[in-house]
Write a protein that binds this ligand. Structure first.
Ligand SMILES: [Zn+2]
Length: 447
């Protein structure tokens, strides 16, 4: 290295040091006033503003109460603040990822003396799982009022696909004041999904407020629920030995600390993708298979513990246990907050029995009682161009056709038949399908 190069390097280093110091000073000032702390669902500057909003609402509320001479109502009891939108009916759809941090120092302490929180977290975070970006994209999970009240703050129009904290962009949210003056926050809602009702409008318990999203300081779609009593003191709605904020539960029906369960069972043609945030996964869900086709069974949990067991079974149409899947599964570690899943790949045998199969999971028979989950899938009849049925269907079957299906056949009680032609189905006007039987017409055609 010659002298000139060394001088140049020294100059560069000096320049870098100066720039770095300037930035550090600038950052310090910035942090004090505006920048969010790391690990905060609600940046400090936003919180200061929201506290003013709440103070105003509280003052008005107390003045009204005084003026009317009325008695203060009892504190509300909350119903669950989420529900599946119409058309979605999975066994489960959420997992609690963070409770309120009860520790005033930098240690972590949740209401149950565990550490399922992060430093300075004032709310309860409820994720939607599995496949949360898909769930958000499909408007699958609605945020609803946990108790009746009046809207005191509403904000919409903000970007909703954040994947990291620290951006400091505002969230979409609704704040509700309840009959006794308690205030609840519902934050991180999807852009454009927030209720059309505005400040001053009344909402009923269970009324739609928005769709779960990832607006504001958020790593992915979840609801941040935050509660303040009429005095403005923070409330942790969960009752437990390390809740030093309040003694009682604020829930009508408090979910267990370890709310273990199965959110979904899926049959698919292959494993789902895990694309970069915020892209949606491809799930490859498939419920109709031909013999010889690949099949992937997957189970998606919430809060799975290593003491929990799952018996996973594929039952043939006659009820026999299949060699396709017959596994007693137990996880090696605990998964409280994320959405653990497991999968098994196999191939439908060429001689597999045709008809309706059951993919069943029995989770924790001893610990939580019998929790059985079932998904049906079909091994279809060989595809033909056209099909014509007469007589009576006496067994459940899935019929595919690349053109049409014509039928005058009746269906016996308890029998489930699917006609799936590419073009059209012609049914005789007189055919009978008694209560307990099931005829489905689909239009996907051959696999
Ligand atoms: Zn949060």
């Amino acid at each position: 290295m010659n002298k000139a190069s060394i001088y140049f390097l020294l100059l560069c280093t000096l320049f870098l040091v100066v720039v770095h110091e300037a930035r550090a000073q600038g950052t310090q000032v910035f942090e004090k006033e505006f920048a969010p702390e790391p690990y905060e669902c609600v940046p400090k500057a936003h919180k200061t503003y929201y506290k003013k909003v709440m103070d105003r609402a509280r003052q008005a509320f107390e003045q009204n109460l005084k003026r009317s001479g009325g008695q203060r109502a009892m504190p509300p009891l909350f119903d669950w603040p989420l529900r599946q939108a119409e058309g979605f009916d999975y066994p489960g759809y959420y997992a609690i990822s963070n409770f309120v941090d009860q520790a005033s120092d930098t240690t972590l302490l949740d209401y149950n003396c565990g550490m399922r929180t992060y430093d300075g977290h004032d709310g309860t975070d409820i994720r939607i799982v599995p496949f949360r970006w898909n769930k958000m994209g499909n408007d699958e999970v609605e945020v609803i009022a946990a108790a009746p009240g009046t809207i005191i703050f509403r904000q919409d129009g903000n970007f909703d696909q954040n994947c990291a904290w620290g951006g400091g962009t505002p969230w979409n949210a609704v704040f509700i004041q309840h009959a006794d003056g308690t205030i609840t926050w519902y934050g991180h809602l999807k852009n454009g999904s927030v209720t059309q009702k505005d400040s001053g409008d009344v909402v009923a318990a269970g009324e739609y407020l928005g769709i779960v999203g990832s607006s504001g300081n958020s790593t992915g779609p979840h609801l941040h629920l935050e509660v303040y009593d009429p005095m403005g003191n923070l409330v942790d709605p969960f009752q437990g030995p390390c809740n030093s904020l309040n003694n009682d539960t604020w829930w009508n029906d408090q979910v267990p600390y370890f709310d273990s369960g199965i959110n979904r069972l899926i049959t698919a043609s292959q494993q789902w993708t895990s694309p970069a945030c915020p892209q949606q996964a491809q799930i490859f869900e498939k419920t109709v298979f031909d013999p010889g086709e690949a099949i992937t069974f997957s189970v998606h949990y919430r809060c799975d513990l290593n003491t929990n067991t799952t018996q996973l079974t594929a039952f043939e149409p006659d009820g026999d246990t299949s060699t396709l899947l017959n596994i007693l599964y137990q996880r090696g570690g605990n998964f409280f907050s994320t959405n653990p899943s497991a999968l098994w790949n196999n191939t439908i045998p060429n001689n597999a029995p045709k008809g309706k199969w059951i993919f069943e999971a029995v989770y924790n028979t001893s610990t939580y009682g019998t929790l059985a989950y079932q998904n049906e899938f079909w091994v279809a009849e060989t595809c033909q161009a056209d099909r014509n049925f007469v007589g009576t269907h006496t067994i459940s079957r899935y019929y595919q056709a690349s053109n049409t299906i014509t039928s005058t056949a009746d269906i016996n009680n308890g029998v489930h038949v699917v006609y799936d032609p590419e073009n059209y189905t012609i049914l005789s006007p007189g055919f009978s399908a008694p209560v307990g039987s099931k005829l489905e017409i689909r239009t996907a055609g051959c696999n």
